[in-house]
Design a protein around this ligand. Structure first.
Ligand code: NDP
Length: 333
């Protein structure tokens, strides 16, 4: 059946300005790292993507090597795009990245101009797009001059293959340097993509301050700590279909006694606010003014809908924040 997007989709979402740019992003964005490779059916992927767009989620985040196998998420997304979303291209923000392992040999990893620009061409081909909205350097490369990596991002913009550029997993100093170099090239740094959740608070040690000062936005990944900040594992079991069952990026060993007691208490705090644990975790990252968007994953429409409802959560009170601080200090992941 031909996809017709819901008429009221923009009433379903709140949008935030990305740093000092002109670009608004939805408070919740959808990432395709997991659940969009060869191990998930095309129809389940399609349901999640369609529902996301109907809920006002205008931003889909990819990378060259999302799968499995590498490239599969972009290829699948290209199919979904052609079947469902091509008429809505101007309503979508599609991002991709290069910086981690992608292909064999010295030109398929890290931050050289050779790798980044070849990878962007490949990503465009897989997704059947003329351009991406945001192209990222996926990680800082200590062996490549930052001028070269940033120069590749600037070239992507000048060639019309990317509208904006971003960086991911850069520390505060690397971020300031990236911004300075891009400024000299006349290309703004739009956004940073760091890992941030109640269990991983690294960006609070200088990164958010730096981004605020530089006027750069942030989209925070794994705000649900890959499922640990949801009810997925609250019974102390590992459901067969869960990410922890696959054991690659999240292992059952994470379900320690310490984790279980913190997660149960977090769940009680969420329930007292009328939220699920996943919704509390999303409200918590969105409390930061420098956070533009919470970049979640979802393996089902049910999860997606639950997470989306977090945007209607009440502001966290000082007392709630204090207790969450104490629990989050356990540093579970
Ligand atoms: P999350 O922390 O949101 O984890 C998503 C997983 O949590 C889902 O796949 C699902 O796991 C579980 N989940 C989600 N919602 C619910 C719910 N309501 N109830 C129960 N379980 C739930 O994010 P991800 O780790 O998936 O990362 C999100 C995106 O961030 C990626 O797709 C990618 O775009 C980006 N990213 C970027 C990185 C970078 O280096 N720049 C690195 C990692 C991610 P299950 O499969 O068990 O159902």
């Amino acid at each position: 059946m031909k996809f017709r997007a819901s008429q009221d989709r923009y009433a379903q979402m709140k949008y935030r300005r990305t740093g000092k740019s002109g670009l608004l992003l939805p408070e919740i964005s959808l990432g395709l790292w997991h659940n969009f490779g060869a191990d998930h059916s095309f129809s389940s992927q399609r349901k999640v993507l369609r529902r996301a767009f109907d809920l006002g989620i205008t931003h889909f985040d990819l990378a060259n090597n999302y799968g499995p196998p590498y490239g599969a998420a972009e290829e699948n997304f290209g199919d979904h795009f052609n079947k469902d979303f091509r008429p809505y291209r101007d309503e979508l923000i599609i991002s991709t990245k290069a910086g981690y392992d992608m292909w064999d040999g010295p030109y398929g990893n890290w931050g050289s101009r050779k790798y980044l620009l070849a990878s962007l061409d490949q990503s465009l081909e897989r997704m059947d797009l003329d351009y991406v909205d945001i192209f990222y350097s996926h990680r800082f490369d200590p062996e490549t001059p930052l001028e070269e990596t940033m120069g590749a991002l600037a070239s992507a913009v000048r060639s019309g293959k990317a509208l904006y550029v971003g960086i991911s997993n850069y520390d505060p100093h690397q971020t300031s340097e990236a911004k300075r170099i891009l400024d000299e090239m006349g290309v703004p740094l739009l956004i940073h993509q760091p890992k941030y959740s109640m269990f991983v608070r690294t960006p609070e040690n200088g990164l958010f301050d730096t981004l605020g000062r530089l006027g750069v936005g942030s989209i925070v990944f794994s705000p649900l700590a890959q499922g640990l900040l949801t009810d997925r594992y609250l019974e102390g079991k590992v459901p067969k279909s869960s990410r922890a069952a696959k054991g690659k990026h999240l292992t059952p060993q994470k379900l320690s006694d310490e984790y279980m007691s913190a997660a149960k208490r977090l769940n009680e705090i969420a329930a007292a606010r009328g939220q699920s644990l996943a919704q509390l975790a999303i409200s918590w990252v969105l409390r930061q003014p420098t956070v533009t968007s919470a970049l979640i994953g979802a393996s089902s429409v049910k999860q997606l809908e639950q997470n989306h409802a977090a945007i209607d959560g009440k502001p966290l009170t000082p007392a709630e924040l204090e207790e969450l601080d104490a629990l989050a200090k356990h540093g579970m992941v």
